[in-house]
Ligand binder design. Structure first.
Ligand SMILES: *[C@@H]1O[C@H](CO)[C@@H](O)[C@H](O)[C@H]1NC(C)=O
Length: 371
């Protein structure tokens, strides 16, 4: 396997879908290439130093205050700083992850020395790639707003409920995989939290031609050690070792921000500021765990998860251990009952395996391995 193949396996992603919610005057929709060029130039100018990972990716260490998150108009007068932390780990209770089952947790330790204090790593890319990536992120946002036949899902989700149950966060340990996708497809696995038009997601992404990263404005990175679009490795292997990453997203009751905390060591990655949201300014009304994919209709369905059907077979399917939601009273619910499985196509399957004393709540998902 060549280096390039390894490099493009899967990246960690933190996404923010806010197309319709960019202030009342809707600047957002009119942002186009000119803006992107300006943003690109700004990034170029603000690199303090660089670091390089073993795959040859170069990361610029950019001044915390110059990170793209702060392009967001509603963050014009922010008082954020590089030492910010959540006031408490709202999602804290740990469940042992099975070394026995060889679901190994990737803690996203920095490889090498990380960036200097007061800066954060941002992957260097060409202007063309930067613009392509920005456009892709916008397309992604508008695409997920439409119910067309190109978006696919295999998830365990909270039941849309008349009692208007609300959530303050969620977490799980997500296995990550390297299913084959075409250049015009992508596949994502992870955690989604929504209220109305506000959506935040964190997870892994396969499909090398569309590596998103943290450059969408809104996500504030406070981790100088690990970039948000880090390469996930080692990679899970069918019949071999399976690797997963713990992801927690929760709303800090004090500062109102939605924090992303990664790994079993609870590494603070960053946050989506509460003040950029409408619905999520209060709480979430929907949480989902699992996979989604995109592919043009004239192609075979894109793979979700490992590509293998989400039957209860950890050697084949992608899965999530310790499915947990944080309820309206900031209490962790390790075995939420108001949930349902959902797929948009019978070629994808989801199994809600239920409770296991060792692993907590488990769900399996995926399908459509190209043969
Ligand atoms: C930031 O502060 C300026 C000056 O006080 C004010 O005009 C502007 O509305 C503020 N913007 C935001 C997003 O709070």
């Amino acid at each position: 396997m060549s280096m390039m193949v390894v490099k493009c396996l899967a990246y960690l992603v933190a996404l923010l879908l806010l197309l319709l919610n960019y202030g009342a005057n809707g600047h957002r929709v009119s942002r186009k290439v000119l803006d992107y060029e300006k943003q690109f130039k700004l990034l170029q100018k603000t690199s303090v130093t660089t670091i390089k990972n073993e795959y040859g990716d170069i990361y610029d260490c950019v001044d915390f205050y110059k990170q793209p998150a702060f392009d967001h108009p509603l963050l014009a007068n922010h008082t954020f700083h590089p030492e910010m932390k959540p006031s408490s780990f709202a999602l804290k209770e740990e469940r042992t992850i099975s070394k026995e089952r060889e679901i190994l947790s990737n803690n996203m330790k920095s490889r090498g020395k990380g960036c200097p204090t007061g800066t954060i790593p941002i992957k260097r890319m060409s202007k063309d790639d930067f613009i392509k990536m920005k456009r892709f992120t916008e397309d992604y946002t508008s695409r997920t707003r439409s119910n067309d036949f190109e978006n696919h899902f295999a998830v365990l989700q909270t039941t849309p409920n008349p009692s208007k149950k609300i959530y303050h966060g969620a977490k799980g340990i997500f296995t990550y995989h390297d299913p084959k996708v075409s250049d015009s497809q992508y596949t994502l696995g992870g955690l989604t939290i929504m209220n109305g038009d506000d959506t935040i997601k964190a997870g892994w992404m396969g499909g090398s031609s569309h590596c998103f990263n943290m450059l969408c404005s809104g996500f504030v990175n406070v981790n100088k050690e690990a970039p948000i679009d880090d390469v996930l490795e080692p990679m899970s292997k069918r019949w071999g070792k399976i690797y997963g990453i713990k992801l927690s997203i929760f709303k800090d009751p004090k500062d109102g921000n939605w924090w992303l905390v990664i790994g079993t060591e609870n590494t603070i990655q960053g946050f989506w500021p509460g003040k950029i949201f409408n619905g999520l300014a209060n709480s979430a009304t929907f949480v989902s765990f699992g996979g989604e994919a995109y592919g043009p209709v004239d192609q075979p369905l894109p793979p979700i998860g490992s590509g293998y059907k989400g039957i209860a077979s950890p050697d084949d399917a992608a899965y999530v251990l310790g499915v947990t939601v944080l309820d309206e009273n900031l209490k962790e619910d390790y075995n939420p009952v108001e949930t349902e499985t959902y797929t948009d196509d019978p070629q994808y399957t989801v199994t809600d395996y239920g409770w296991s004393n060792r692993y907590g709540r488990i769900m399996f998902y995926g399908g459509t391995t190209p043969v």
